[in-house]
Ligand binder design. Sequence first.
Ligand code: IMP
Ligand code: MG
Length: 179
Amino acid sequence: MDYKIGRVLISKKEIHNKVKELGEAIRRDHEGETVICVCILKGAFIFCSDLVREIGADVDVRVDFMRISSYGMSDKSSGEVNIVNDVSSDVKGKHVIIVEDIYETGLSLEFAKKHLEDLGAKSVDICVIFDKPNRHEHEVYVKYKGLDIPDDFVIGYGLDYASKFRDLKELHIAEPVTK
Ligand code: IMP
Ligand code: MG
């Protein structure tokens, strides 16, 4: 199966408004504190860069990265999660927020949360920009939740198909190409 860029599912404006809201919620909860935002690579890199700029100067925001893989080159999760790159800072005793592109089955989020807790973080919360509520298999508590979307495979705003389309400014449906 190959995909091309389909119709816009969520506009730039809608995404921007939600990111602003999420940033404000994080600021309210963490005023005067240090927070490490752990961006889950690669999909969350665009969302994370927008989000941290909406949190504001009242929070001491640090950024770190973790790369985990569950998808490979396909459009279906392999059901197995691996750490490709771990965080580089010491999260022990720190407030950590996992910044992820999408909550689909929840496998990646569950895995990342447990890993950061095992490293001794003081708190580990989750922030996602997109959620596919009908696809959950692993229930995780998402404190900072963005926009619900249908079950379709989507691309853009960081999300890829076979490494393509991350650069699209809006969230699009990935449309199957039938040959
Ligand atoms: P989960 O572990 O099943 O929740 O899947 C999470 C990961 O799968 C996300 O970090 C995304 O990288 C990827 N993913 C899930 N749904 C989509 C999609 O519709 N398009 C592109 N990537 C997706
Ligand atoms: Mg991802």
